[in-house]
Design a protein around this ligand. Structure first.
Ligand code: AHR
Length: 668
């Protein structure tokens, strides 16, 4: 829709408008400034609304990567609780006090968990209790005055008469933080539950969970579980500190369950949602594509519970017959069972309790249906070299529309992919585009990428994106870098977000990926990631705070902007956008200065009678773009709010070096 061909570097700050307003004027204004006036002029045209900010613009994308759920958000503290992480050994479990342990397929709990841990405690004595220990995901966290819920299935041989003791102790065994006795083990499987309460312990993480006995005998165990308190007290719920960080950013939607995690390494290991619902002990678990086992304790009901806890709209991705090993299911009769699975999944999420899968959801603790608007068909299907996606998409689309006409279908192949990979047989309501780029590249693309998009085409979901510093995410060198990004990347993110927000008449949703990373060596499969943590502590990267600044400060109307007198070295280094809150009249301006010098900018606001002299600024800046947050310095770089004065319809403000700023002021 841009009739005038501008050199790419000159159109970076051009405000896209629905009507294509004032293109030629903008082109003239974008010429680099002459030396006479080095202060750039930012014009905000408050009487020109170029579109509405999508109310669902800011959200979250997650999948099981970097120990995001198990070893992360999921409240379970025991690693390999079902002993299925390895076929031959009880990995992450150790025998203590002369015990012998082995996997036993002759004493299965059920067909889903068709193996148990055999604990031979025949040498157990009062002086030397025998049992097992688990050190969780790089430690079991201990906090003072805290309740930990222990549960496990157990049976014992006829000779075993004693109780078992469950405890959380320091790794060296010197300190016991909490312990409890459990009796009643007998010849049949039974579930046992007990609460461990800590006293005045100092917070620590180098601890282990033990289950021991002083009575000789043989015990079989399955699903040995330890939960610390969860966010909002949800049973089988989420870790509180991570949930709070996420809630603080007020995300409006959750895209799940992937990502590659949806597809699986092969068809068998896809996210097979029916195996992730129902009682936990009926979930067999599966190998995730990121190299570790998933118990599927964090399954479809838990994703939905998470949406509910954080008031997010679910954006459900359904498996569409393509796995990461390039296996695809032929469209037609072969694909039909997968389409049916997707329809059943939609029924699970949205159906009444008198439907088969709606009733299952009710049995899983949630009788009320969830609201669902978007369903994504697959993930990154441009990797499918067979060219089957168009037909697979069509088969899913037709079946979904026949039963759920109001659902909007998202194609996983967007405009950033070659034309021949995109869907042509149907018109997807939305297409998902993914961008993993360097900060420089984002700064370049921020201004041009979406400006020329067809406003009558599908809406855009930027369903995965992140700026990285210099090293590509999958490069070897990235292993030596911090798992979360530096401020340089956050500047690239913020520049990019000005473009997403400015174009949010078209871009209905956007989400950074990946979201979470367990920072322990061995815990990371990808960088950069938004939020880092170990067993005890967590922190938001500068990119997280940039997201939060944007998602918690925006209006609902996009205002036209223009720039004049821009010095040449500020091209692709200074970014902004402006929105207005219709209800309050407040104008919210975001300015990103990627240069290492303070930058005065003259700001003129037209189309309003008056601007209040006092407003608010939220500023995030760093001394060096290499600076970042870590577990040790979690808040080194965070936004700081300050009162501002001297505002009006024409004022000059200096933006600090390497800074992201939100300016909010009242307008009449
Ligand atoms: O976010 C990490 C991975 O990047 C996702 O699983 C996949 O969709 C993309 O290639």
């Amino acid at each position: 829709m841009n009739p005038i061909k501008l050199p790419a570097r000159m159109i970076w700050l051009f405000k896209p408008t629905l009507l294509g307003l004032a293109l030629s004027a903008a082109a003239v204004n974008l010429l680099p400034a002459q030396t006479t006036n080095p202060i750039p002029l930012l014009q905000i045209k408050a009487d020109q609304i170029t579109g509405l900010v999508s109310p669902t613009l800011y959200g979250l994308m997650t999948e099981e990567i970097n120990y995001a759920y198990e070893g992360g958000l999921y409240g379970e503290l025991i690693r390999n609780r079902t002993f299925k992480g390895n076929r031959t050994q009880a990995i992450f479990w150790t025998a203590i006090g002369g015990a012998a342990i082995a996997l036993d397929t002759n004493q299965p709990l059920n067909t889903a968990l068709a193996v148990s841990l055999k604990l031979d405690a025949s040498l157990a004595t009062k002086q030397s209790p025998a049992g097992i220990a688990n050190s969780g995901y790089w430690g079991i966290p201990v906090r003072p005055q805290t309740d930990y819920r222990v549960s496990f299935y157990a049976k014992a041989d006829g000779a075993f008469a004693g109780p078992v003791t469950v405890a959380i102790t320091s790794a060296d065994g010197q300190q016991t933080f909490a312990s409890a006795e459990v009796s009643g083990l007998a010849g049949d499987w039974k579930k046992f539950e007990v609460t461990l309460k800590t006293k005045n312990a100092k917070p620590s993480k180098d601890n282990v969970f033990n289950l021991t006995t002083t009575t000789p005998g043989t015990i079989w165990l399955q699903q040995v579980s330890l939960f610390s308190p969860t966010y909002k007290g949800r049973v089988n719920g989420d870790r509180a500190d991570l949930s709070q960080l996420l809630a603080d950013a007020q995300p409006k939607f959750l895209r799940f369950p992937g990502g590659n995690y949806l597809e699986g390494g092969n068809l068998k290991d896809r996210f097979d949602w029916k195996k992730t619902v129902g009682p936990l002990e009926q979930r067999p678990g599966h190998h995730g594509p990121w190299g570790y086992w998933s118990t599927d304790g964090f399954g479809l009901p838990e994703f939905l519970g998470w949406c509910e806890d954080l008031n997010m709209e679910p954006v459900l991705a359904v498996f569409a017959g393509y796995a990461l090993n390039h296996q695809h299911v032929n469209p037609g009769p072969d694909l039909a069972p997968y389409v049916q699975d997707a329809l059943d999944e939609l029924e699970y999420v949205t159906g009444d309790t008198n439907t088969t899968w709606g009733a299952q959801r009710a049995r899983d603790g949630h009788p009320a249906p969830f609201n669902l608007r978007y369903v994504e068909i697959g993930n990154e299907d441009w990797f499918d070299e067979s060219g089957s996606y168009d037909a697979r998409f069509t088969q899913f689309y037709d079946a979904i529309k026949a039963k759920y006409p109001r659902l909007q279908c998202i194609s996983t192949v967007g405009n950033e992919q070659p034309e021949n990979k995109r869907v042509h047989s149907r018109k997807p309501e939305v297409v998902d585009e993914h961008y993993y780029r360097s900060a420089e590249n984002f700064e370049k693309e921020a201004s041009t990428r979406f400006d020329n998009y067809d406003r009558n085409g599908p809406k855009i979901f930027v369903g995965e994106w992140a700026a990285y510093e210099d090293t590509v995410p999958w490069n070897k060198k990235s292993e030596q870098l911090a798992p979360t990004p530096s401020f340089k990347a956050a500047l690239g993110d913020a520049a990019w977000m000005t473009a997403l927000e400015r174009n949010s008449d078209l871009i209905v949703m956007q989400c950074y990926a990946p979201l979470l990373v367990n920072v322990n060596p061995g815990g990371r499969q990808w960088r950069p990631d938004l939020i880092g943590y170990d067993a005890l502590n967590s922190y938001g990267s500068p990119s997280y705070y940039a997201q939060k600044m944007f998602s918690t400060h925006h209006g609902d109307e996009i205002l036209a902007t223009d720039v004049r007198d821009l010095p040449a070295d500020l091209i692709q280094k200074l970014f902004f956008d402006a929105t207005r809150d219709r209800r309050t009249g407040k104008i919210i301006v975001k300015v990103v200065n990627c240069l290492g010098r303070p930058q005065p900018v003259k700001i003129q606001i037209s189309g309003v009678a008056a601007i209040a002299a006092k407003g608010m600024a939220m500023v995030m800046q760093a001394d060096s773009p290499e600076d970042t947050n870590t577990l040790q310095e979690p808040k080194k770089i965070i936004p700081v709010a300050e009162a501002v004065t001297g505002l009006g319809t024409d004022f000059t403000r200096t933006f600090p070096p390497y800074s992201i700023m939100v300016l909010e002021f009242d307008a009449k």
